[in-house]
Design a binder for this molecule. Structure first.
Ligand SMILES: [Zn+2]
Ligand SMILES: [Zn+2]
Length: 226
C-alpha cells in the first residue's frame, strides 16, 4: 500500500490545530516544511493481524481509522525521519497524543473543509508555495500571503496566536498592524509599508521586496546605497 499524499488543506488543518509544532520534540515548524506523521503507522494497513494487535494495545477500537485526523500529527523532518514506520509502545505519552488528536479531529476536519470551499485560501496557499520556490516575495505573492495570514489568524491556537506565523522556512508573518508588515528573511527581520500605493522608492531594486532592516533588504541582502 502506497504512502498517503496529504492535501494542502489537510496539512494546514493538522498544523493549525496542533499549535504549529512538532508533536514529538515540541520545536516550532513552518507550514510548508512540516510533515504529517501517522501516530499508528500506515504501514500496518498491510498487516491486519499486527494492526489489530497494536490497536488493542492502545485501547483503540478495531475500526480506528489510521487515515484520519485522529491519527495525524505534525512532525519536523528529523523526528519523522527517525520514527519512520516504527510502532510506538502504548506508553501514557503516546496514549495522550492520540487522545489529543481525537479531541482535535472535529476542529481539524472543519478547518480543512473551510479551506476547500475558500478559493481565496487556495489561491494564497499556492502563492506561498510559489514564493518559497522563487526565494523571494513579489508584490502579488505578498498580497496573497497577507490574505492567508489574516484569514487563518482567528483559527490559531491561543498559545501561538501572538507568535510569528511561519509559512515557509524563510517567510514569517509577524504583524499586520498599521499597514506595516514585518517579515523574517535570510538577512533578519524587516518591515515596510504594504498596499497598492507603496512608492517604488520603498522597494528593493534587486528583489522588489519592501522588508527593510535599516539599509538592508532582509530578503535578498541588498544594501540600499542611494
Ligand atoms: Zn521534531
Ligand atoms: Zn531585496
Amino acid at each position: 500500500m502506497g504512502k498517503r499524499q496529504f492535501s494542502d488543506e489537510e496539512r494546514y488543518a493538522v498544523y493549525t490545530v496542533h499549535a504549529e509544532k512538532c508533536y514529538l520534540c515540541g520545536v516550532p515548524v513552518d507550514l510548508l516544511s512540516m510533515e504529517v506523521d501517522h501516530v499508528i503507522p500506515e504501514a500496518l494497513l498491510d498487516d491486519p493481524p499486527k494492526l489489530a494487535e497494536v490497536l488493542a494495545g492502545f485501547g483503540l477500537s478495531p475500526g480506528f481509522d489510521l487515515q484520519s485526523f485522529a491519527n495525524w500529527m505534525p512532525a519536523c523532518g528529523p523526528c519523522n525521519g527517525r520514527k519512520r514506520s516504527r510502532v510506538f509502545d502504548p506508553t501514557p505519552r503516546i496514549q495522550l497524543e492520540l487522545q489529543i488528536a481525537a479531541e482535535k479531529a472535529p476542529k481539524a476536519a472543519a478547518l480543512a473543509a473551510e479551506v476547500v470551499t475558500s478559493q481565496k485560501l487556495t489561491k494564497s496557499w499556492n502563492a506561498i508555495k510559489r514564493a518559497a520556490a522563487g526565494g523571494y516575495l513579489r508584490e502579488d505573492l505578498r498580497a496573497a500571503i497577507c490574505e492567508f495570514a489574516s484569514q487563518t489568524a482567528p483559527h490559531r491556537e491561543p498559545e501561538v496566536a501572538a507568535r510569528p506565523m511561519r509559512l515557509t522556512p524563510l517567510i514569517e508573518v509577524i504583524s499586520e498592524a498599521g499597514g506595516i508588515r514585518l517579515v523574517r528573511g535570510p538577512y533578519g527581520v524587516g518591515g515596510g509599508p504594504v498596499g497598492p500605493d507603496v512608492h517604488g522608492s520603498f522597494r528593493c531594486s534587486t528583489c522588489g521586496h519592501t522588508a527593510w532592516n535599516g539599509a538592508r533588504c532582509v530578503v535578498c541582502g541588498q544594501m540600499d546605497d542611494d
